[in-house]
Design a protein around this ligand. Structure first.
Ligand SMILES: Nc1ncnc2c1ncn2[C@@H]1O[C@H](COP(=O)(O)OP(=O)(O)OP(=O)(O)O)[C@@H](O)[C@H]1O
Ligand SMILES: [Mg+2]
Length: 230
């Protein structure tokens, strides 16, 4: 990450760009990934660190909000949280505060500059994030957000490092697996997918990040696959 903590969201600053368009097609793919079950609570994860999870889910949140859905983005990466930087909001209270009963849900839902998009930041880093996301209070919180928002999007830590993402997967309708195409070896990606399968997660698809196009520096998102395809 660069010196500054400020992160810019391409879907906000340049919604007409091809990259923003690819986030919109990711959104469309998520919406069409299941005919019978509603895909309301979606989380993102990856095998390892720095593959683009937080960037992906933040831009996906913006594209949902841009089509007039009410959206809440929950930063459930209570180990290396970043969404408060992305949206320029305070992280004094957040998810960890609600789960440890230091704050109410109302206290931690923050509006962003993007219409229709609210965020619940991670809050102060707790000693026991895995236990926190496994709690019944976390299940209840997600249930409450289902009642209040059209779409609930959840950022999580890497799969192969800690169990948090696997636990959140059991409470989500669908999972997006981000893979840094330039970095992650095939067997690692397969292991990550297996970890999700183990807990019965519904993997909606894989987001290939950092796929080099013809021009050497360009990053591009490419989405493929629907439920059960690899
Ligand atoms: N497609 C992309 N193009 C350009 N930069 C990107 C892209 N995806 C991610 N980045 C940059 O790579 C860095 C890591 O991305 P991000 O924070 O989204 O990853 P992460 O998987 O959430 O990391 P962590 O495991 O630390 O939570 C950030 O600085 C982000 O701006
Ligand atoms: Mg992250």
């Amino acid at each position: 990450m660069s010196q500054s903590n400020k992160r810019h969201l391409i879907t906000v600053t340049n919604p007409k760009s091809p990259i923003s368009e690819s986030y919109r097609s990711l959104r469309t793919n998520v919406d069409f990934s299941s005919i019978d079950e509603s895909m309301q609570v979606i989380m993102v994860t990856s095998a390892g660190p720095g593959e683009g999870k937080s960037t992906t889910i933040a831009n996906l949140a913006v594209t949902y909000a841009q089509m007039d859905r009410s959206v809440v983005l929950v930063d459930a990466d209570m180990r290396k949280p970043t969404e408060h930087h992305t949206f320029g909001v305070s992280n004094r209270f957040g998810l960890s505060s609600v789960l440890s009963q230091q704050a109410s849900l109302e206290d931690v839902i923050q509006k962003t500059n993007v219409p229709n998009l609210s965020v619940i930041t991670a809050g102060p880093i707790p000693p026991n994030p895995a236990e926190m996301v496994a709690s019944r209070r976390m299940t209840a919180l997600i249930g409450e957000l289902r009642n209040r928002y059209d779409v609930v999007l959840i950022d999580t830590p890497p799969l192969l490092a800690v169990t948090d993402a696997q636990i959140v997967a059991t409470k989500s309708d669908g999972v997006l697996l981000v893979i840094d195409y330039g970095k992650v070896k095939r067997d690692i990606a397969i292991k990550a997918k297996a970890n999700l399968d183990k807990v019965g997660a519904r993997v909606l698809g894989v987001v290939m990040n950092n796929v080099k196009r013809k021009s050497s520096e360009a990053y591009y998102y490419y989405y493929y696959g629907t439920a059960d395809s690899k």
